[in-house]
Design a protein around this ligand. Sequence first.
Ligand code: HAM
Length: 429
Amino acid sequence: MNNLKNLRGTIDLIPDQLTKWQNVERIIKQELLRASIKEIRTPIIEMTELFVRGIGEGTDVVNKEMYTFIDRGERSCTLRPEGTASVVRAIINDNNLKSSPHKLWYMGPMFRYERPQAGRQRQFHQLGVEFIGYESSNSDVKIISLAWDILQKLGISKLNLEINSLGDRKDRKTFQSSFLKWLEKNYDYLDQDSQSRIYKNPLRIMDTKNIKTQKLLENAPKLNDFLSEKSIKRYNMIKKELQGLKIPFIENLKLVRGLDYYSHTAFEITSGALGSQATVCGGGRYDELFEQMGGERTPSIGFAIGLERLILIAGEELDKGRGTDIYIINKGEFAESLALSLSRKLSNFDLVTELDLSGASFSKQFKKANKFKAKSVVVIGDEEALKKEFTIRLFNNIEENKNELTLSIEDNVRLEEWIYNNLQSNISN
Ligand code: HAM
C-alpha cells in the first residue's frame, strides 16, 4: 500500500520550524496586547453564502478558490478563505458585540484553492486585525501604522507600503460606468482574463498583470479622477499623517485588492525578498460590508498578514528557541522514580527541564544533555535515590565540580536558592 500523503498545498510544521513561528506569534501578541486589541475566534467553517455575499461573486476567491462542499444536512459549507466576513457576521449576530467600536484580532488557518508555490499554499495562516465601528481618517492611519510596526518589530526591513483610495460607493459607481464604456470600446484589445471580468468585476482589470492590457489602460479613465472632494480630503489627511509618522509609502493608483468589500483606503505591504508572492500584508476600509451582510452601517478597517510569508522574511534570530535549563540524568529503577518527582517539583519554576526516560547509560545521557546544550544537569543513581537525594550542577563546570550540590528531595529551600543563584539570571525571557 502507498504511504498516505498530505493534500497538495498543505504542509506539516515540525518542531524545529515551529520555534520561529512561536517566537513570531509571541511578539505579535505582545504588540496587540499593548495596543488594547482583543482576540476573537470564529469557526473555520461557515455557510458558503457568507463569503459569496461578503467577498463578492465576481472575485477570484469566490469564483475559483473556495473549498466548498455540501454537508450531511444538505447545507453548502465553505472552509474560510479569509477572516473579515466571519468577524462581521459574529458582530452582527452577537448581542454582546452589537455596540461598537471594537478592536479585534484573530490568527489561524485559511483555505484557498490556488496553485501552490513558494509563499502560496492552499492552507495558509493569517493574522488579521479589524477596527470595527471606526470612521475617522486617523483610524486608517492607526491600522496602517500598526501593520507597519508589527513587521518592523519582527526585524523585517526593505518593505514597501503601497496605498490607494477607492473612494465611496458613489465615487466608484460613476467611475465604473465611464470605465465600462471605455472597456467595451476596447474589448478586442484586452487579454482574455480581463475580457471575462468586464461585467463581473471591472475594477479588478485595473491591476491586471498582462503587460499589453496595462499599456492599453494608460489611456483609460482613472478612478482617482472620480473621487469626490470629501474622499480626496480624507485621503490627503491620511497621507499627511503617514508622512508625519515617517512611514514611507508609495501611491499605487492601480491598487484595488482582490476582495469586493473595500472603500476609501486600500493598502498592501510587499517585500522584495519574497519573489513573485511579494504581498505580506493587505488591508483596507470596508464601510459598506455590514449593511451588505444585513447589519447596520458600521464603518470599519482592517488588515491581514500572511504568516507563511512573514516567517520567510522574519529575522534569523527568531529561529532560536529557549534552551534547556536542567537536564535530569538518572539510571536505575529508584533513580527514575525520584527523577519523576523532581521533574514535577521543577515544573513550579520558570525553567525548561528535560527528564531523560531512556534508561540508557550515564555516559549516553550526558552526551544527550550536551546535545541539548543544557545549562545544568541533575544526576541521580540508585544509591542516591535510596537516600532520596540528587546532585545538581552547572553543566559547563563539570570538571571543576563547581556549583555542585547534593540535596535531599525534601530540601525545597536550598533547591530554590541554587536555582536562583545559578539559573535565574540565565533564563531568557
Ligand atoms: P488578502 O489580501 O486576500 O486579504 O490576504 C491577506 C494576506 O494573506 C496576503 O497579503 C498574503 O500575505 C496572505 N495570503 C493570501 N492568500 C495566501 C495563500 N494562498 N498562501 C499564503 N498566503 C496567502 C484578506 O484576506 C483580507 N481579509 C484582509 C483584510 C482584513 N482586509 C480588511 N480586514
